[in-house]
Design a protein around this ligand. Structure first.
Ligand code: UDX
Length: 423
């Protein structure tokens, strides 16, 4: 049983959601407010760096069950379901800005056919289902929460092969209808109330961020006591209650979700009367991690006036997204201390930061550098010609914030090597 689904917003979440629902056989109409973007998508041009997305969008266009239109009011008239995949950015005070969500709901209301189910896919705080119901002002449509758990770089696979599907609704029939959209997806489908579904998403991200801050804190402790964090984490991860996933130390965590969602859950808790001090500690530990990486650079060179190479700008490998990137946070701090940076990233060609020159390849970044910082775990940095790098740099210092490189090979070539959690 296939349905007609309108998707409002064609960013990472909306485009992946629409293309994957089309892949599952549904008829999908995606709407955006930017004409050029809609025209490009209708031609199968994907404006984001996401593996498999272009293939799956083009398959939907060719099959004729995926289309793109300008304006949400043109997408919903025949829809059985309307997925809201609009931005829910962080406000200045850390709370969630729901302007886009309320605007989208108000825009579509008059065009919805009776019985339509409106679905919140965007990450939204507790009470957003009620908020959308109020913005719609329609008693003959239902609102359901169906939070996304997509990771950038693996979003299509995460949608089609999820660990679970979470659906939050007061109306059981509406929840069952949303669950039926996922026929063909082999995963547990959990139906709960809206508040629990909304919090589940924030809690999952907050827990993952907590796991990472803990990992980076253990790395700092390993440095202090002379242990090797890789072995410590390996030993920890064999415990099935801990697992080996998300136990890689780094420059700190970033991206368009963790920072926003960590602040949001603190804000949601505070508004509800709970002081989520643990989560504030997790966020603080992450800020300290950026400073720790800068401290490692300062331990080998004087930053003022120095040229430093930064390998990796994106917030993680296999994406071009620099939003809240740990690399950018480290670069900001290095520039503030007087360093001049040459940065290279395979997927990022510009960064809006004074004092940073983005260059065409890793070797151009290393030329004349007093130190090299590895900030993003791109595979290509593993295969660098270290003899060539040794000849290019002004001084041989490596700060490997992703424990990516072969420290023995570097030390044999006269480099000082600092990893995270290992000497
Ligand atoms: C995250 C959640 O994983 C996903 O479930 C949610 O839907 C959206 O937010 P994403 O933001 O794409 O996904 O990035 P993720 O892969 O989780 O990485 C987040 C940050 O943690 C990155 O900066 C990454 O480099 C860092 N990280 C991740 C580590 O430092 N070590 C790890 O072991 C894993």
């Amino acid at each position: 049983m296939f349905s007609t689904i309108a998707v409002i917003g064609t960013g990472y979440v909306g485009l992946t959601t629409g293309a994957c629902f089309a892949h599952l056989g549904h008829r999908v109409i995606c709407a955006d407010v930017v004409a050029e973007k809609v025209e490009g998508l209708q031609r199968g041009e994907i404006p984001i760096f996401e593996a498999q997305l272009e293939r799956i969008v083009r398959a939907g266009l060719d099959a004729g069950n995926l289309s793109f239109v300008l304006g949400s009011e043109n997408a919903v008239a025949e829809a059985d379901f309307v997925y809201l995949c609009v931005p829910t950015p962080q406000s200045a005070d850390g709370s969630v800005d729901l302007t886009y969500l309320e605007t989208a709901a108000a825009e579509i209301s008059a065009n919805l056919k009776p019985g339509t189910v409106v679905v919140n896919k965007s990450t939204v705080p507790v009470g957003s289902t009620l908020l959308v119901e109020q913005a719609l002002g329609r008693s003959d449509v239902s609102v359901v929460s169906n939070p996304e758990f997509l990771r950038e770089g693996t979003a299509v696979d995460d949608f089609l092969n999820p660990d679970r599907v979470v659906i939050g609704a007061d109306d059981q029939a509406a929840a069952n209808r949303v669950a039926s959209l996922y026929l063909g997806v082999r995963a547990p489908i959990m139906i709960t109330d809206p508040a629990s579904a909304e919090i589940c998403k924030y809690a999952a991200n907050a827990f993952l961020a907590t796991k990472l801050s803990f990992t980076n804190a253990i790395a700092a402790m390993c440095e202090a006591v002379g242990a090797d964090v890789n072995d410590v984490l390996l030993g920890m991860g064999y415990d099935h209650r801990i697992g080996h996933e998300f136990l890689r130390p780094g420059p700190g965590w970033g991206g368009s979700c963790f920072p926003k969602d960590s602040q949001a859950i603190i804000s949601i808790a505070e508004d509800a009367g709970y002081d989520f001090s643990l989560m504030r500690g997790v966020v603080a530990a992450n800020e300290q991690q950026f400073d720790r990486i800068v401290g490692k650079v300062e331990s080998v060179i004087a930053l003022d006036g120095a040229t430093v190479a930064v390998l990796g700008i994106a917030f993680k490998a296999n994406t071009d997204d620099t939003r809240e990137s740990p690399s950018v946070e480290v670069m900001k701090r290095l520039v503030a201390k007087g360093a001049r940076l040459k940065a290279y990233d395979p997927a990022v060609s510009l960064v809006d930061l004074d004092g940073v020159e983005v260059v065409a390849d890793a070797y151009a970044a290393c030329e004349g550098a007093a130190a090299i910082v590895v900030a993003t775990e791109w595979d290509e940095f593993k295969w660098l010609d270290l003899d060539k790098v040794a000849d290019l740099v002004a001084e041989r210092h490596i700060i490997d914030a992703r424990n990516l490189l072969d420290r023995g090979a570097l030390r044999r070539r006269g480099f000082t090597y600092q990893g995270v959690g290992r000497s």
